[in-house]
Write a protein that binds this ligand. Structure first.
Ligand code: G3P
Ligand code: CA
Length: 227
């Protein structure tokens, strides 16, 4: 498999094919691949017994049949919850075991204290070339870079203004802005500086086409079949 950044264009499924299947589940990631995604994006948090799990919110309430903070539950407690269609909240390791080497993996760190284990699991599974560890938080990105500068990192931002400069100052390979703030100028600036540039989260095919026409390297979507 080619390295994550060697593809011409990446279709990145946001929390898997999350428009069709329960977000951040193995089922949703399988669907994303069936629909032709070249990469999957997912969110990482930590259980109270220190295991890395794939879930977006800090609480389990919205996406499972349980209640309470992810960080207040053990892995066993998290695994007892229904994350939709009988799916369980996956561990990061389960995602690597099932999808490592099959597609790009965009790993968003949602909380402090996830950096070290994430890096060590990436190395254990030999996935350095297949991942981008991304975050809204510069301090998480700095931690990952300090642990292993060979692991590609990415800055996620809402606004485009200043994001190229910030991504470069953090040593990122990737910058991802909200599609509403994506401009041709931002794409040019990012690419001129050697950054891989993508935007989130695009679910309208016409908007997707317009953005692809700006020269983006990738688009993050809940609906990989429509783009
Ligand atoms: O990767 C971009 C996007 O996933 C960031 O927003 O809230 O869906 O994690 P969110
Ligand atoms: Ca995310």
């Amino acid at each position: 498999m080619k390295g994550f950044f060697e593809k011409d264009f990446l279709l990145i499924s946001h929390r898997g094919a999350s428009h069709y299947e329960p977000e951040n589940t193995l089922r949703s990631f399988r669907k994303a691949l069936e629909m032709g995604s070249s990469a999957i994006e997912f969110d990482v948090r930590k259980s109270c017994d220190g295991r890395l799990v794939v879930i977006h919110d800090s609480k389990v309430d919205r996406t499972t049949d349980g209640k309470g903070a992810v960080s207040g539950k053990t892995l066993d407690e998290l695994k007892s919850l229904d994350a939709g269609c009988g799916e369980r909240i996956p561990t990061l390791e389960e995602v690597f075991e099932n999808f490592g080497g099959r597609c790009g993996l965009v790993i968003e760190l949602k909380e402090k204290g996830t950096e070290e284990k994430t890096v060590s699991l990436i190395k254990k599974h030999g996935l350095t070339k297949e991942v981008a560890v991304v975050s809204f938080r510069g301090d998480y990105i700095r931690s990952v870079r300090a642990l292993d500068p060979a692991i590609p990192t990415g800055l996620i931002t809402v606004f485009g203004l200043g994001c190229v400069k910030k991504a470069l100052s953090l040593g990122c390979r990737v910058v991802a802005a909200n599609h509403r703030f994506m401009t041709r100028q931002l794409v040019l600036e990012a690419r001129k500086n050697g950054l891989f540039v993508c935007c989130w989260t695009v679910n309208d095919p016409k908007r997707g086409e317009k953005l692809a026409g700006m020269g983006l390297d990738g688009v993050i979507t809940d609906k990989p079949d429509l783009l």
